[in-house]
Design a protein around this ligand. Structure first.
Ligand SMILES: [Zn+2]
Length: 114
């Protein structure tokens, strides 16, 4: 939420229309709680009041212990598609990232093509 406000301030935005946040599968964050918390916080700020919040929960990457490959797709049946090892462990996906922010910027510099 502070990050949101910083982004908005950096762009001179008067309002945050919406935000897309990535919540890692291993971040230990309960998405519904996170969404609720964000909504409570955003309603307290005129800047972010009523903003649309989209939360993505990407599958974590898998790290193969057999060949060291990083496998992005968890739909491999729990094994490494490269060496066939079943020793794969989730890696990453333990943080919360701000992916996209929609801002309302009071700058009427509309591009007027001839
Ligand atoms: Zn492997």
């Amino acid at each position: 939420m502070n990050e949101l406000k910083a982004v908005a301030a950096a762009h001179g935005a008067i309002r945050v229309m919406g935000a897309t946040v990535s919540v890692g599968a291993r971040s230990g964050v309960v998405v519904e709680s996170f969404r609720f918390g964000c909504q409570v916080l955003s309603d307290e700020e005129p800047l972010t009041r009523g903003m649309a919040l989209e939360i993505q929960t990407p599958a974590p990457d898998l790290l193969c212990c057999g060949c060291g490959a990083k496998v992005a797709d968890a739909a491999t049946g729990g094994g490494c598609p490269l060496c066939g090892s079943s020793e794969v462990w989730p890696t990453g996906g333990d943080g919360i990232d701000l992916i996209r922010v929609e801002l309302e910027i009071p700058d009427k510099n509309t591009v007027s093509g001839g």
